[in-house]
Design a protein around this ligand. Structure first.
Ligand code: PHE
Ligand code: NA
Length: 454
């Protein structure tokens, strides 16, 4: 058997982990979630979630992958022979996500090209659902392929599978060395431009205006934890997989802090850029900022095209840069999602990476084609709903309870990490994993089940 792949450099690993973390969640999820959950006041629960769940679990997953040197299923199996299934569960969630995350990147690719001629016209919503997605069939029917989605989707998979074929060092590491610096530069240009638009300050005021009354509501805390989990790609098998490729001597704790704060900085930057642009837009239309706020697909593919229409010059270029940033952020995340099941297959069936990429990635690519049909958006909604409700937080809860309370591995892992780092993990880490995170996630799951099943 071949020996386990390794990152070439420490920076390579950090860039890949940041590449996984920084994704659509930073650009289109965070700004709206923060705005709706107390604006400036949201930073209190958000920081708390980062320090009690985000970074502690990141350290935990990095340490697990490093210590047990396996994909998520193998790592869990090596911890205890009965817990392998938890790794496969996380892998399955990642697999489902990869089938539709790829489709959204394909849309962003199309839109980066549309930017140059503002193809979406003045009715950007009508364009998205009508001309572009061609949603003319009933929910549940697939209809025929939409070529405008199919072609970029094939391109997305060609890039991702190509990178994964090349392996950890020559593929994933090299891709992130290109994508992430490019993303940072493109994004900085957009944010600076957005900040100098008329009305930008109104947008920032709306974004940062603190509504302290909200912090009393448990929902806001749940939103903060949810954002941190999704945004840091934890409880997805990803960070375990990536850290299993670390060399023996690696300062895991320090790396986790860099990745955690790096991702949050990017999130804050995105919030500033997005709201500056929304403030500009509100001013142009003559309404309040709250009337133009949107999240998710609506923000990126309906509101942003409108903003780009109104841009005081170089619309095409700024439209292109915005959608290119979605593509870059999305691709580096998609690569990491796919690597979870590729590593899982290689470890489990002792097959070559090439075969695992062809089989695992190929299957995901095939399924994703379903979303490139006329009824695709309905499937996409359903998959996203299922994953957000029962995937992430649930896996996270089981993972933490298992490690902290059932297998009682916290002390072991703490020693392992402390032997390698100048930053010492202390009672804070233990308390976060054993108490804070299980309590909040447990509460979250309880609410979800109540809402869905009762
Ligand atoms: N962390 C990514 C983001 O913020 C999303 C993601 C989740 C990526 C899970 C990979 C796996 O967009
Ligand atoms: Na993120």
């Amino acid at each position: 058997m071949e020996t386990r792949s390794q990152w070439g450099t420490r920076a390579g690993f950090i860039l890949a982990a940041v590449g996984s973390a920084v994704g659509l969640g930073n650009i289109w999820r965070f700004p709206t979630v923060a705005y709706e959950n107390g604006g400036g006041a949201f930073f209190i629960p958000y920081l708390f979630a980062l320090l009690t769940a985000g970074i502690p679990i990141l350290i935990m997953e990095f340490t697990m992958g490093h210590k047990y040197r396996g994909s998520a299923p193998l790592t869990f199996k090596r911890m205890n022979k009965n817990t392998e299934f938890i790794g496969w569960w996380a892998v399955l969630v990642a697999f489902v996500i990869s089938t539709y995350y790829s489709v959204i990147i394909a849309w962003a690719m199309s839109y980066s090209v549309f930017s140059f001629n503002l193809n979406w016209g003045s009715d950007t919503e009508g364009f998205l659902f009508g001309e572009y997605l061609n949603l003319t069939v009933d929910p549940g029917q697939t209809g025929s392929f939409v070529p405008g989605v199919l072609i970029p989707l094939i391109l997305v998979w060609a890039i991702v599978l190509g990178v994964l074929f090349k392996g950890v060092k020559k593929g994933i590491e090299v891709a992130n060395r290109i994508f992430i610096p490019a993303l940072v530069i493109v994004f900085l240009i957009i944010v600076v431009r957005a900040l100098t638009l008329p009305g930008a300050l109104d947008g920032l005021n709306a974004f940062f205006a603190p509504d302290f009354s909200k912090i009393a509501s448990p929902d806001v805390w749940v939103a903060a934890y949810g954002q941190i989990f999704f945004s840091l790609s934890i409880a997805f098998a990803i960070m375990i997989t990536y850290s299993s490729y670390l060399p023996k001597k690696s300062d895991i704790t320090n790396n986790a802090f860099i990745v955690g704060f790096g991702n949050s900085s990017f999130e804050l930057l995105a919030g500033i850029g997005v709201f500056a642009a929304l403030g500009f837009m509100a001013g142009q239309v003559g309404v309040g900022v709250d009337e133009v706020v949107a999240g998710g697909v609506g923000l990126a593919f309906v509101v942003f095209p409108e903003i780009i229409n109104q841009f005081p010059g170089l619309n095409g270029l700024f439209g292109f840069l915005f959608f290119a940033s979605l593509v870059l952020a999305g691709l580096s995340s998609l690569i990491s999602i796919c690597e979870t099941y590729i590593a899982g297959l290689v470890d489990k069936f002792k097959i070559s990476r090439i075969k695992a990429v062809a089989f695992g990635g190929g299957l995901s690519a095939l399924i994703s084609l379903l979303f490139a049909t006329q009824g695709g958006l309905f499937f996409l909604d359903a998959a996203d709903y299922f994953i957000n409700q029962f995937g992430v937080a649930f896996v996270g809860l089981v993972e933490v309870v298992l490690v902290a309370w059932v297998l009682r591995k916290v002390k072991d892992l703490r020693t392992h990490a402390n032997d390698l780092s100048d930053i010492r993990l202390n009672w804070w880490w233990t308390l976060s994993l054993c108490v804070f995170t299980p309590v909040v996630l447990g509460y979250m799951m309880f609410g979800l089940f109540k809402q869905n099943l009762l």
